[in-house]
Design a protein around this ligand. Structure first.
Ligand SMILES: NC(=O)c1ccc[n+]([C@@H]2O[C@H](COP(=O)([O-])OP(=O)(O)OC[C@H]3O[C@@H](n4cnc5c(N)ncnc54)[C@H](O)[C@@H]3O)[C@@H](O)[C@H]2O)c1
Length: 338
């Protein structure tokens, strides 16, 4: 089958390519990085030159990056060498981070294998690792030269992980793609069943949306902050549940519901748009109420990395394809969290 989509992002120097698993297994690189769940997508030849890391967030620390860099040195890679990361957001973030550091930057290409990494993590040039309990505290802006998207890899993905990515797709739809929103609203069951054509359309729409924003604002000095819709609230929920009990996607979905509630209370959106947001989140069965202490949540929000000059900024929906960035009175935050 031919490659069916190629999207260029000139500023960030990235190219998005649609490929098939068989094409991915024939890709040539100087070093491959995968985890124990995604090494199944490597050919025997690729595996011979691969760093295989443990799966999940607990491996997202500097020691894993040192492992990649150590192997790059062992294989005598130079700045023109290519490192190919095949995995979810964790592998994509770490591979690109290692590539950005190695000899001050070598070539990197990414094959995202989770929905979250296809629609979000692999696109946009943010790399990094966690430091202690601080998520993504160390990192660089280093867009991959090529992101190779292969939705067929999603067939082995657990449903919980699929839903994690779907929350980000809903976010993109609310922020900037009304047709995607309608697709997500009208084809819920088919999307949950991972209808290949619908999933592909959803992924492409999300990548186009994020790509356009990143083109304009790679370093998040302006419009890119809108991508954090639901994240200020969501991050607090993830944080107080130790980044394990509630997944990132579940937290973002909950956070979007809270942001919508704040927007409704302030009069930024009308009740019918609020109901629409809640309805789509409920249609995908996200839990929108948790019984956690408001004080704990507010305290966790105080540690958010996105706070600038001591100010907490919230992204709120402001109507179809519209958002606003604002501070909120603590009283209102308490009310909507309570
Ligand atoms: N750089 C960015 O802009 C950006 C944006 C969003 C999220 N992120 C980061 O992404 C990470 C989360 O990414 P994620 O949700 O993909 O998590 P992940 O990389 O941990 O993958 C989730 C799980 O799915 C497994 N897996 C991956 N692909 C699979 C497949 N095709 N079949 C079966 N299992 C598979 C993984 O091994 C892992 O166990 C976080 O660290 C987050 O900080 C980065």
């Amino acid at each position: 089958m031919d490659i069916i989509q190629t999207i260029h992002f000139p500023t960030t120097d990235s190219v998005l390519t649609r490929a098939l698993p068989v094409e991915v297994s024939q890709m040539k690189a100087d070093l491959y990085v995968a985890d124990t769940n995604t090494e199944q997508f490597l050919s025997p030849e690729q595996k011979e030159r691969a760093v295989i890391l443990p799966p999940g967030e607990s491996a997202k620390h500097f020691a894993s990056v040192e492992q990649i860099v150590g192997r790059a040195l062992e294989y005598k890679l130079d700045r023109t060498s290519l490192i190919l990361g095949i995995g979810g957001g964790v592998i994509c973030d770490m591979t690109a981070f290692a590539a950005s550091l190695y000899m001050r930057g070598c070539r990197v290409e990414l094959v995202p294998t989770t929905l979250l990494s296809m629609v979000d993590a692999a696109v946009g040039g943010k790399t990094g690792v966690d430091y202690g309990t601080y998520k993504n505290m160390l990192g660089t802006f280093y867009p991959a030269q090529r992101v190779i998207i292969c939705p067929e890899f999603l067939t082995t993905l657990p449903q919980k992980e699929f839903l994690c990515g779907l929350a980000e797709a809903i976010k993109s739809a609310l922020l900037g793609d009304r047709e995607l929103l309608e697709l997500l609203e009208n084809k819920t069951q088919a999307i949950l069943a991972r209808d290949p054509e619908l999933v592909e359309e959803m992924v492409i729409r999300c990548v186009r949306f994020k790509g356009a924003i990143v083109e304009e604002d790679l370093r998040e000095s302006g419009v890119r902050a809108s991508l954090n819709l639901g994240h200020t609230f969501g991050h607090a929920l993830e944080s107080i549940t130790g980044f394990t009990a509630v997944s990132h996607g579940e937290a973002v979905a909950w956070g979007m519901a809270k942001a919508a509630k704040a927007a409704l209370k302030r009069g930024d959106i009308d009740k019918s748009y609020f109901d629409r947001i809640i309805a789509i989140l409920e249609a995908y069965d996200y839990r929108l109420e948790y019984d956690f202490s408001v004080d704990e949540l507010i305290d966790a929000m105080g540690h958010d990395k996105k706070i600038q000059a001591g100010k907490k900024r919230y992204i709120l929906p402001a109507g179809l394809e519209k958002h606003l960035i604002t501070e909120l009175d603590e009283e209102l935050v308490r009310e909507i969290l309570g």
